[in-house]
Design a binder for this molecule. Structure first.
Ligand code: ZN
Length: 137
């Protein structure tokens, strides 16, 4: 969806909270203990307690609560680095993508940080279909 995100595995809540405060991030969590922290109850830090185990319902909750747009910035940043992707020509990526991809795809994007190449393949198609479900009517 093009929103800057970080994943924490839950082993160090203090580090996660400090990072969220320093970088102005919203915490999405299934951990009720985090919701009881003073920085959260005092309104210093926004945290959302994710209610469902179902990923689709989780998406709905986050999109509705934060009033996110699921189309506007979709596929614009790197999934690993959060860096805005840069367009690359077919020739520029010739030796960087599998031959089948090179033959079948014409549009490419590159992450300026990790140099991962993105194209509109089957993963992109599947994610686009999924995101369509979350467009507000
Ligand atoms: Zn990257």
């Amino acid at each position: 969806m093009g929103y800057d995100t970080l994943f924490f595995n839950g082993s160090n809540d203090s580090h996660m909270i400090a990072t969220a405060l320093a970088e102005g991030r919203v915490i999405l969590t299934r951990d009720t203990q985090i919701m009881k922290r003073r920085v959260v109850t005092g309104g210093q830090l926004i945290a959302i307690l994710i209610m469902s185990d179902d990923p689709e319902l989780q998406m709905h909750q986050v999109i509705d609560t934060l009033n996110l747009d699921c189309q506007l910035r979709a596929f614009t940043i790197c999934l690993e680095c959060n860096q805005p992707l840069v367009e690359r020509s077919k020739q520029e990526v010739k030796d960087l993508v599998p031959p089948y991809v090179f033959q079948t795809q014409s549009q490419y994007m590159e992450c300026p940080a990790c140099h991962r190449i993105y194209w509109r393949g089957t993963h992109w198609q599947a994610m686009t279909r999924k995101l369509k479900k979350f467009i507000k009517g």
